[in-house]
Design a protein. Structure first.
Ligand code: GTP
Ligand code: MG
Length: 366
């Protein structure tokens, strides 16, 4: 068995190693961010291949160091337990509370210097984050398979950029920015906006998609996460499992929940208010005390921004049905913060009633 001094030295060394490794991971995450936002990343050709391989190298290094960090943390826990055992065995009766002190100072000047350096770097990172947040808005969209994530992104952008279909699934992370080409929006964002599409989580059909999405939620830099529920399929096991992951890994104040496809509700028998209440109740179980949940029809929101002459037959039929629905039956604006703007375009009234204008206000005006 090792002596108390040996154990304390080891604990100090592991802590120093952990600080450095964590720092390194943060630096490489920042590199990854730069790589993904490099203009070359969007171009075709040899340079893109090069930057893609840099991205891969960066991701591999982050994953490798993350594994080392896990191992070090385990080693640290074991050493701390051993130190506690050592004390119980050898110091019975002694008033030795000092023996347990794990202040960094005790592990020598080196640790103190390292800690000071890390603190200075943390402060720089905090300042940079503030600067970034003043000029940039990053939004991740997540949810289960076919909830309408890609459709909502297209509705926000005003163009069919994100791949969306009943069958073909989003399998990779997708990035959409309003620079250089602006989005077509009802409310003009004042910041540079990046919207990040993620694969839908479905345990049975595509277990690997959850890993891609989890990785994005834990490594991407973001200000908001929109979690989309599918009104056609509420309360599924996939949603429960994904909500659990999100509750544990995403800061709660960054979350906005959307109930999509409300246009599929049965006007005579379904109640949007009741569905929203039920969802809020469910979210309480995941630790959200005052969850924001907003209803929307992403597909109608998208079509409102597209020229009607480009509609397919099915889209034209859907548009006609939804126009009647939002004319007579539904006005989703009552579920959004009040908005007193004066309407000028005919479709703006529909945009208000189907949720997209309210969502843009929440995202782009704050
Ligand atoms: N009725 C209706 N259908 C919608 C709405 N939003 C999306 N859809 C349809 O739902 C299907 C799935 O939409 P996607 O946007 O591809 O869904 P997703 O969440 O991106 O799907 P994955 O990437 O595969 O997980 C498509 O057929 C869409 O047209 C909506 O508001 N109302
Ligand atoms: Mg998709």
């Amino acid at each position: 068995m090792r002596t108390k001094d040996e154990l304390q030295r080891e604990i100090g060394e592991i802590r120093a190693e952990l600080l450095l490794k964590n720092r390194y991971v943060k630096v490489r995450q920042a590199d990854l961010y730069d790589i993904r936002h490099s203009p070359i990343f969007k171009q075709e050709g040899a340079n893109r291949q090069k930057i893609k391989s840099q991205q891969h190298e960066c991701e591999t290094e982050i994953a490798f160091h993350q594994k080392l960090i896990d191992e070090l943390e385990l080693k640290l826990a074991k050493a701390i337990i051993e130190l506690a055992d050592e004390k119980t065995t050898n110091n019975v009766g002694e008033n030795s509370s000092e023996n347990f002190s794990e202040k960094p100072n005790q592990n020598g000047e080196k640790i103190a210097r390292l800690t000071a350096r890390i603190q200075a770097q943390e402060e720089t990172i905090a300042k940079l984050t503030q600067l970034r947040q003043a000029t940039e808005l990053r939004i991740i969209i997540t949810g289960t398979m076919s909830a309408g994530k890609s459709t909502l992104i297209n509705a926000l952008i005003g163009e069919k950029q994100a791949e969306s279909a009943a069958e073909a699934l989003t399998a990779e992370i997708g990035y959409f920015t309003n620079n250089p080409k602006p989005f077509k929006t009802w409310i003009t964002p004042t910041k540079l906006v990046t919207i990040i599409d993620t694969p839908g989580v479905n345990a049975a059909l595509n277990p690997e998609h959850a890993a891609v999405t989890h990785n994005a939620l834990s490594t991407e830099i973001y200000d908001k996460v929109i979690y989309i529920f599918n009104a056609d399929k509420l309360g599924t096991e996939d949603d429960m499992a994904h909500l659990e992951y999100v509750a544990e890994n995403v800061p709660k104040d960054k979350l906005i929940f959307m109930l999509n496809k409300v246009d599929n509700f049965d006007v005579d028998n379904d109640s949007i208010t009741e569905s929203l209440q039920k969802l809020r109740q469910d979210l309480l179980k995941f630790g959200y005390t005052e969850p924001q949940v907003f209803p929307i029809s992403a597909k109608f929101s998208l079509l409102l921004k597209l020229p009607q002459e480009t509609f397919s037959k099915m889209e034209q039929r859907y548009f006609t049905r939804c126009s009647a629905l939002f004319d007579d039956d539904y006005d989703l604006s009552e579920f959004y913060p009040a908005d007193s703007r004066i309407l000028s375009e005919p479709n703006e009234n529909f945009a208000r009633k189907c949720g997209i204008l309210g969502l843009e206000k929440i995202l782009f005006e704050s």
